[in-house]
Design a protein around this ligand. Structure first.
Ligand SMILES: *Cc1c(COP(=O)(O)O)cnc(C)c1O
Length: 464
């Protein structure tokens, strides 16, 4: 067909609007919006003709049907619930930590009602939005004072900007890390106005290296937990105690960016090497900062704990206002912290901790029953339960794998890549990983309540 014939084949808008299917569509959705979307679609057809990308025009019914699909796409949320079968517990791409039930209720409460966010109910005067979280943070970490900002990147920025703007912050070369998502310690330091004073080498930094670097211009001694990588072999790290002693000798503040925030050790799980906040403060760091949504299992937040005078200086920094968390974050954080008052409750109620602690036995039983259910529902797949390894993720504990259990699925009639793609396109997508010629689903990150959705999702993707 010639270009002209194609252009003439495009149905007139008037005709489309008179069609029965169009009336059905606009009975359910706003006509103005549907018309806008229709016009965009017709424009796209015209462009495709000009660029020689099509040589036939969709029928009138097809045009309305496609418009209907675009309308549904436009009006439905793109942020979707997914089933995490990757076994990575704090999965940055899948939203990091899930919240405990009480934290979710706190968010709903803060969203549905007025609250005393910045109102002192005792005195009947204006209050501080941070106060609700602060007393419990102090109790849990034995800190003199605390402050909460949007995330730990913001916390690091605020500490550096407040304590070391225009001054040198001394840090080991081995700790100039990138966390991912373009958060690089040297870049954040630069933006904060602190001058990076790197000392030592990638693998070995001694107390003397720090001491030689300290001069008039020094404003801060800093340590960063190298969350997402470990160096092994010929290494020497200056201890926290040595750095804190240097701070005292030279009257300089000391700051530790701990990354993940553990409030009690996860010993016995093979999970080692993550700093425990109270323990670090006890060593007498002036300031420690950590994330809310990593091992703490709370909402995204940056938590700063430490000496009152420094925290006060940060509260007065005007940039704090730009980093301040919203009421949902504060409500959920406070509720999560309350669970930490009892270790057993925290381990049982906070999904991140519960997933880390879930026993391999329990996971094996769940895997067996899911494999059995799938075999009963379809003959178009081979499914077995199998041992595998989970990861904590979120840039913590890079060298630790937790023995786990899950299922391995092999579809008979479609390729593994197609199967994996179909799982991603389900109404509730299922994300697994391809390994050894099978699709692996790790039960450690599957919520018990999501098991029926996982089963029907796999069956739909197989049968489609
Ligand atoms: C994760 C991490 C950050 C950034 O924390 P966010 O809460 O993701 O902003 C900063 N420092 C370290 C050491 C980290 O592990």
């Amino acid at each position: 067909m010639t270009e002209e014939q194609l252009f003439r084949g495009i149905p007139k808008v008037d005709e489309i609007l008179k069609h029965e299917a169009w009336r059905k569509l606009t009975a359910m959705y706003s006509e103005g919006m549907a018309k806008d979307i229709l016009r965009d679609y017709l424009d796209e057809i015209r462009t495709s003709i000009k660029e020689n990308r099509i040589n036939s025009i969709p029928t009138l019914a097809e045009i309305i049907e496609n418009t209907r699909k675009y309308v549904i796409e436009t009006t439905s949320s793109r942020l979707k619930r997914v089933i995490n079968g990757t076994g990575v517990i704090i999965h940055t791409n899948l939203g990091r930590s899930l919240l405990a039930k009480s934290a979710i209720e706190a968010i709903v409460n803060a969203a549905s009602h007025f609250t005393n966010l910045e109102y002192d109910l005792q005195k009947g005067v204006r209050g501080e939005r941070y106060n609700h979280c602060i007393s419990i943070l102090k109790r849990l970490t034995n800190a003199e004072d605390a402050l909460v900002v949007n995330n730990n990147a913001g916390a690091v920025f605020l500490v550096l900007n407040t304590l070391a703007e225009g001054k040198e912050a001394v840090i080991s070369r081995g700790e100039l890390i990138e966390i991912g998502g373009s958060f690089r310690i040297p870049d954040v330091m630069k933006k904060s106005g602190a001058i990076l004073k790197e000392v030592g080498t990638t693998n070995r930094t001694y107390k003397d290296d720090y001491e030689h670097a300290i001069c008039e211009a020094t404003g801060l001694i800093m340590k960063v937990h190298t969350s997402n990588y470990r160096i092994k072999g010929f290494v020497h790290e200056t201890t926290s105690e040595e750095l804190i002693a240097l701070g005292k000798t030279y009257n300089l503040p000391t700051f530790y960016d701990a990354g993940s925030g553990l409030l009690f050790p996860l010993n016995g799980m093979g999970v080692r090497g993550e700093p425990c906040i109270a323990f670090e403060l006890k060593k007498d760091w002036d300031i420690v900062s950590f994330s809310g949504d990593k091992l703490l299992g709370a909402p995204q937040a940056g938590i700063i704990v430490g000496k009152k005078s420094y925290i006060n200086a940060m509260k007065k920094n005007p940039i704090t206002r730009a980093l301040r968390p919203d009421k949902f974050t504060l409500a959920a954080l406070e509720s999560t912290l309350i669970l930490y008052l009892d270790e057993e409750t925290a381990r049982g109620e906070i999904p991140t901790l519960r997933m880390i602690h879930e026993s391999q036995d329990v996971l094996k039983k769940r895997s067996q029953s899911i494999a059995k259910a799938l075999r009963g529902l379809s003959t178009k797949l081979t499914v077995t339960h199998t041992s595998m390894f989970s990861e904590v993720g979120g840039g913590s504990l890079p060298d630790i794998s937790i023995p786990s259990y899950g299922i391995a699925v092999l579809p008979h009639e479609i390729g593994l890549e197609i199967f994996e793609e179909r799982l991603r396109h389900l109404d509730i997508p299922v994300i697994g990983r391809i390994e050894k010629g099978r699709l692996f689903i790790d039960m450690r990150t599957i919520l018990k309540d999501d098991e029926p959705i996982l089963i029907s999702g796999i069956i739909n993707a197989i049968q489609e």
